[in-house]
Write a protein that binds this ligand. Sequence first.
Ligand SMILES: [Zn+2]
Length: 288
Amino acid sequence: MGVAGKVDASHQENVNNILENSSYQLIKESIKVCATQIQEVDNNLTQIHSNIINIFGIDILQEIQQNHENELQKIEEKIKRTKSKKISAIKCQSNELRNNNKLTTDIQTRTNPIKEQNINIVKDGNCFFRCISKYLFDTQERHEDIRHQILTTISTDKNFYTEFIDGDFDTHINNISKTDGHSTSWATEAEIIAASETYNIDFFIKTKVGLIAEWNQFSRNKHCNHGMPYITILHENNHFSLIKNIPRPCSCNPIMKPNLAKETNSKPKDKDKSEESIDNSNKQTRTK
Ligand SMILES: [Zn+2]
């Protein structure tokens, strides 16, 4: 419908242009015909004038000529007025047609919003970072830079991120710095929260287990930050892929009604018990 709508619109625009041009052409032709007729009348007049001079004398002729001039002037003015009226009428008509077209196109765009899109992501152990790369740069290829930027965020705030990390902090950093696809390099909750902090994006991850899907939100302050951009990611079978063109899937949005207990219960910057529970649910979902 989108493409068809565009074709219709440009077709309609061509039709409008043809109509407008032909109207102007018609006026031009009418003026030409009038000019020829006036020329004929003029020739006849010259003949009549000489007859008048012969019969009534020059004074009478001048009087007649004066009346004639006045009449002609009136006619000329009337022609001018009619011409400009007609031209502005044509302009009005064309504009109206164009506006109608634009309105139709607008309505089509509004009634056919861009559809939800699932973007395939390469399954090589870098999929989480590839999702962000795709989201930010429209290419998956910058995943390595992104991985390192996120690691910098974690490394420079060990106190905060250590609670999201199983085992030794430095070993985790060393493992995650690799792009070889080994399962120890897969993104964990620490990387998701750090990604949110690094790029100032709210992360929404839809985790699908069997038929059950659940949205979870990740941001450092655990708030749903409506002023911030958001990324939506599907997590299924140990793989992250990107979801595009969906409304912010938060519980503040009545359309989505996601299962976001964490968000509704969240207290600002209170990083003990509640965070641990997200932590546990996510630790099991290390992802390829
Ligand atoms: Zn929200």
